[in-house]
Design a binder for this molecule. Structure first.
Ligand SMILES: C[S@@+](CC[C@H](N)C(=O)[O-])C[C@H]1O[C@@H](n2cnc3c(N)ncnc32)[C@H](O)[C@@H]1O
Length: 226
């Protein structure tokens, strides 16, 4: 017998397609999946319904594909709150722009990336009956989010090698005076390898709700030394 829930929008456990997740993981290097079971967790560190991921802290770089029931708004609010506490939270959710959660919380995110077409979720044989988007909450974000599209499947990948903890890094860089003019307190450093070259360093910060970046040189070279 066919499980009708698999093909209806009532289903709660839409597994993230592996290739879709890998593309995001290449960019963000996730450290926590707070919506999972031991069978479908995307990260080595995860929370299950028994532990209740909604009631736990979300440190680090978090990937969230929440249960798509009425409680989805609670997960989106939690993502915003954890970003205020210093996390980077990336969510895969239905692109329902008329909902209260969209207006209350997603309008305060850093970025919305719309998915072209419909995703075929893990374990489903048909594409989803709803459009999807990826929402990025960066530390301290207040929106409005920048709008974009998920990159084409053959777009070059780049991997975040290391995202330095924002608060520690600010202290460190204030301490040795290495934060250059024009880069405000609260900025953090990211180190990336791009197409096998680098790693390159970038100062990143949020200004007026928008992401800003300044190239800080190749790691190990004078410009990038901190
Ligand atoms: C949409 S699925 C995502 C599964 C997987 N993380 C992925 O991305 O493919 C949502 C998962 O959240 C789990 N879940 C539901 N309520 C939860 C809670 N309070 N705390 C943690 N996980 C929960 C469900 O069991 C389900 O496995």
């Amino acid at each position: 017998m066919v499980d009708q829930a698999l093909f209806s929008s009532d289903r709660m456990d839409w597994g993230t397609p592996e290739a879709f997740y890998n593309r995001l993981d290449c960019e963000f290097a996730f450290t926590l999946d707070p919506c999972a079971t031991a069978q479908n967790a995307k990260c080595a560190r995860f929370y299950t319904p028994e532990i209740d991921g909604l009631g736990q802290p979300w440190p680090g770089t978090v990937f969230v594909n929440p249960p798509y029931g009425r409680e989805i708004g609670d997960w989106v609010r939690k993502a915003y709150q954890e970003a205020q506490a210093g996390a980077t939270v990336v969510m895969l959710i239905p692109a329902r722009t008329d909902t209260a959660y969209w207006h209350d919380w997603i309008m305060r995110a850093s970025e919305v990336r719309f998915v072209r077409g419909r995703l075929t979720f893990e374990g489903a044989s048909n594409s989803a009956p709803f459009p999807s988007c990826v929402v990025v909450f960066r530390p301290g974000c207040e929106g409005p989010p920048t709008l974009g599209a998920m990159p084409a499947k053959d777009a070059p990948l780049f991997r975040v090698k290391e995202t330095v903890d924002q608060k520690d890094n600010v202290t460190l860089n204030r301490g040795n005076g290495a934060r250059p003019a024009g880069v405000p307190a609260g900025a953090w450093l990211e180190e990336k390898e791009i197409n096998g070259c680098g790693p390159y360093r970038y100062w990143r910060w949020i200004e007026g709700g928008r992401r800003r970046a300044q190239y800080a040189g190749k790691a190990g070279q004078a410009k990038g030394k901190t």
